[in-house]
Design a protein around this ligand. Structure first.
Ligand SMILES: [Mn+2]
Length: 290
C-alpha cells in the first residue's frame, strides 16, 4: 500500500482504494484512537506467547504512544531452545512499522529481555529503549513506567532461583520420580512432591499483594501519582494508599493491556477479539476504569 504523510502528520492512503488484497488496518486511517497503550510480558520466542490475538489487538488499538513494558522477547527461553514462528516475526514487524509511522514507541526492558537494558538510551528502528520511563496523562498525572522485576525479591537476591523457577515443573516431576523410587526401596509409601509444592504456592498469593504494595510505595516515594508495570502477569488497576497501581497484564494467558483515552482516562482492556472462545476471563482483569 502506498501512503504518505498529510498536513496533519497522519498517514493517508494514496491512489485508488482498490489495493490488491491489502489489509486496511484501523491504524491506517485518521488519528490514533488512543493517547497511549501499555503492553508487557509478550514473551515472544516461547510457545506460550499469544502472538495472533496480540496482532489483532494492536490493529484495533492504534495510539500516539506505545509502551512496551518489558519481557517482550524472552531471551531466557530462546537461549535454551530456539522458537520463532512467523507470527512472532509479524509482531516485531508491526511494532517497527508503528514506530515508522510516527507512533512514539518506548521499550522498557524486563528481566526476560534484560539483554536490552545495555542499550538504554538508544533507538532501534525508531523504538526508544529506556531503563524506565515517565508518562504524563492528558489530565496531568505522572506515571512511573517500569517492568517491576526489581521488586521481585527472589530475582534480586538469587537470580539462579528465578532461572530454576522457569524449569521448576519439569524438575519437580523428575525429583518426584527419583524421590519415590527411593522411598519405595526403603519400604515407604508414595508421597507427592508436587502436591506439597502446590500447598507452598498458596503462600505465593501473598507475594502478589506484597509486590503491588512495594511498587506503589516506591512510585509514591519518587513523587509520581501512579505506576504502570507488568512482570507478575496479573492485570490490575487500583489505588494503593493514594497511588494509582496499574499492571497491564500479559499476552501469555490474560491477554490484557492498559490504554489511555484522549481525556486522560485509563482503562484496563481484556482482548476478546476473534479468539474469545479460547480465553477465560480472569477475575483480576475485569474491565475497570480509573
Ligand atoms: Mn518479568
Amino acid at each position: 500500500m502506498r501512503a504518505a504523510f498529510d498536513a496533519t502528520g497522519f498517514w493517508q492512503a494514496t491512489g485508488a482504494g482498490a489495493d490488491h488484497g491489502a489489509t486496511f488496518d484501523a491504524e491506517d486511517s485518521g488519528p490514533p484512537r488512543y493517547r497511549a497503550v501499555f503492553i508487557s510480558d509478550l514473551h515472544l520466542g516461547t510457545p506460550g506467547c499469544q502472538a495472533e490475538p496480540l496482532l489483532d489487538f494492536l490493529k484495533a488499538h492504534p495510539s500516539q504512544t506505545l509502551y512496551l513494558v518489558g519481557d517482550i522477547v524472552d531471551g531466557w527461553q530462546l537461549r535454551r531452545r530456539w522458537f520463532w514462528p512467523q507470527a512472532h516475526n509479524d509482531v516485531v514487524q508491526k511494532l517497527l512499522r508503528r514506530a515508522r509511522k510516527g507512533c512514539k514507541v518506548v521499550f522498557v526492558p524486563g528481566n526476560h529481555d534484560e539483554f536490552a537494558r545495555g542499550f538504554a538510551g538508544h533507538h532501534f528502528g525508531g523504538i526508544e529503549v529506556r531503563e524506565e520511563a515517565v508518562h504524563t496523562t492528558a489530565d496531568g498525572r505522572r506515571l512511573w513506567v517500569v517492568h517491576g522485576d526489581h521488586f521481585d525479591a527472589v530475582i534480586q537476591c538469587a537470580k539462579w532461583l528465578a532461572y530454576l523457577g522457569d524449569n521448576a515443573y519439569e524438575l519437580t516431576l523428575r525429583l518426584n520420580r527419583h524421590l519415590n523410587s527411593l522411598r519405595a526401596r526403603m519400604g515407604l509409601p508414595y508421597w507427592s512432591l508436587s502436591a506439597y509444592l502446590k500447598h507452598k504456592v498458596k503462600k505465593a498469593l501473598n507475594y502478589v499483594t506484597a509486590f503491588e504494595q512495594a511498587v506503589a510505595a516506591e512510585a509514591r516515594k519518587r513523587g509520581y501519582q501512579g505506576v504502570v508495570c507488568g512482570h507478575i502477569h496479573r492485570a490490575e488497576m487500583r489505588e494503593i494508599d493514594g497511588t494509582l497501581y496499574c499492571n497491564d497484564g500479559d499476552w501469555v494467558e490474560s491477554l490484557t493491556a492498559l490504554v489511555e483515552h484522549h481525556d486522560g482516562r485509563l482503562e484496563l482492556v481484556q482482548w476478546h477479539g476473534a479468539h474469545q472462545h479460547r480465553q477465560r476471563v480472569p477475575a483480576a482483569a475485569e474491565s475497570a476504569t480509573v
